[in-house]
Design a protein. Structure first.
Length: 132
């Protein structure tokens, strides 16, 4: 838990300056990872192929969590920036998947509307033939 990196605990032995930087880097990256998990779940429910993106995200999250035992601020900041950059690339991929969902929805709506119009026309045709 990131609550372990607190001013109260860290300042017992040393200043909290590095702890603040480390916590800020981890929290921002973890927040972005959590947001991406939500996006991937939404896309998965819509039937989009997200398996590769989930695997990529899992690997990034693991590499981020491996850094929790390191106190090298520069290394942590570099790693979290790398994770955030990867997440930005993944956002572009999810944006394309969202466009596909949008197009499929409109395509389905168009087909549904076409079928309704076709049924109405067929019913009218059958009624007009019955009347003759």
């Amino acid at each position: 838990s990131f609550d372990l990196i607190s001013e109260e605990l860290c300042s017992r032995c040393h200043s909290f300056d590095n702890g603040r930087k480390i916590k800020g880097a981890f929290v921002s990256a973890e927040f972005a990872v959590s947001g991406m998990i939500g996006e991937l779940r939404t896309l998965d429910r819509r039937g989009m192929p997200v398996k590769k993106l989930e695997e990529k995200l899992f690997a990034e999250r693991n590499s981020l969590h491996q850094m929790t035992h390191t106190l090298d601020v520069d290394r942590i900041e570099s790693k979290t920036q790398g994770v955030l950059k990867t997440l930005e690339e993944m956002k572009k991929e999810t944006a394309l998947l969202k466009q596909k969902v949008h197009r499929r929805w409109w395509g389905g709506a168009g087909v549904g509307l076409f079928l309704i119009v076709l049924i109405v026309l067929l019913i009218r045709l059958l009624r007009s033939l019955e009347g003759e």
